[in-house]
Every structure is written in structure tokens, then in C-alpha cells.
Write a protein that binds this ligand. Structure first.
Ligand SMILES: Cc1cc2nc3c(=O)[nH]c(=O)nc-3n(C[C@H](O)[C@H](O)[C@H](O)COP(=O)(O)O)c2cc1C
Length: 166
């Protein structure tokens, strides 16, 4: 499940799903606005959540507006922040993995670490540490090899996902 403004996080989500598919794990990739309200009567074995890093953390309504000044964005509505707000008490024991896209700098911050805090507070169980995939700048897309790295990361998640969704 992903949020993406310019397409990089969406591309990473697809690459992670390919990595899982390589080892025959069925996945569903879903843009956050299209993700069903989190009821989880039909929980995935592994829930993978990703978002772009904005202002060192999760995108907000304000930063999404700023992104929309540059381009028509992939995610047209609310984002992972709002989706997570509804999760409290609904993901107790759910296996989760989280990622973000960000620039490669020690001042970049991380949406993934914000997602991980919220998911674990809501009862989720992180199966691997939060992962970041790097872009060249705000709108300049992924650095070389990041799609391949995302595919490998997806592959490594297979252990925790005998059936499930990205
Ligand atoms: C308003 C705004 C704030 C941003 N702030 C940060 C930041 O604090 N740290 C960072 O690493 N990248 C920052 N970025 C760059 C985003 O990480 C980059 O646009 C994103 O990874 C691209 O993913 P997407 O194509 O899925 O939107 C920011 C981008 C925008 C639009």
C-alpha cells in the first residue's frame, strides 16, 4: 500500500511486489486512496506500507499541496498519514514492513520511520527495519539501481509473507 506524488514511491511498491512475485508470493499493490477502509477481517500475511518523505516525515495535506504545484500527482487525495490515523486497534499482531523514498542525506528524515512508529503504536509488528530508497531530488526520480534494490528487499520479505498484499 503506497502513497506517491511524482511516481517514485509507486515504482518502488511495484518493484517490491515483483520481488515477492519472484518467489511466488501473491501480492496486491494499492494506492492509498483506493485502499479499503482498514477493517482487516481479511488480513494479509504481511502488510507493506510506503510513502515519500516530506519535511523529514510523512506527507501532510500541506506538503501534498506543495507537491501538486509541480505536477499532476499520482496520489490525488489523502495519504498514508490519514490512513494510519484510522488503524488504531485494527492491526493488533499484524506483520508489517515499511519503506519510504527520500534523498540520500543524513538530514533527509524518513517517512518510513514515522510510519513504523504509528503502525507499531497501533499494534502492528515490524518484521524488518524501516527501509529507504533514494531519489536524486524532489522531482528527479529514483537513483540508478534503486528498483533492483527494492526488488531484492521484496524478495527478502517473502519469509514473512506466504500470502498477502503490498
Ligand atoms: C513538499 C516536499 C517536501 C520534501 N521534503 C523532503 C525531506 O524532508 N527529505 C527528503 O529526503 N525528501 C524530501 N522531499 C523529496 C521527496 O522525498 C521526493 O519528492 C519523493 O521521494 C519522491 O517520491 P514520489 O515520486 O513517490 O512522490 C520533499 C518533497 C516535497 C514535495
Amino acid at each position: 500500500m503506497f502513497e506517491s506524488m511524482y511516481g517514485s514511491t509507486a515504482a518502488i511498491a511495484e518493484a517490491v511486489a515483483s520481488g515477492l512475485a519472484d518467489v511466488r508470493v501473491a501480492t496486491t499493490v494499492c494506492e492509498v486512496g483506493l485502499a479499503a477502509a482498514p477493517r482487516f477481517h481479511d488480513r494479509p500475511a504481511l502488510l507493506v506500507v510506503g510513502a515519500p518523505t516530506h519535511q523529514r516525515g510523512l506527507p501532510s495535506a500541506r506538503t501534498r499541496e506543495m507537491a501538486r504545484e509541480d505536477a499532476t500527482t499520482v496520489s490525488p487525495g489523502e495519504g498514508v498519514r490519514e490512513w494510519l490515523d484510522e488503524l488504531v486497534g485494527r492491526v493488533e499482531g499484524q506483520h508489517v514492513a515499511v519503506f519510504d523514498t527520500s534523498v540520500s542525506s543524513r538530514f533527509a528524515g524518513s517517512a518510513a520511520s514515522a510510519i513504523s512508529k504509528r503502525l507499531t503504536r497501533a499494534g502492528g509488528r515490524l518484521v524488518v527495519p524501516p527501509e529507504s530508497f533514494f531519489v536524486g531530488g524532489r522531482t528527479s526520480g529514483l537513483l540508478p539501481d534503486e528498483l533492483e534494490r527494492a526488488r531484492s528487499w521484496g524478495h527478502s520479505l517473502a519469509l514473512f509473507a506466504t500470502a498477502g498484499s503490498v
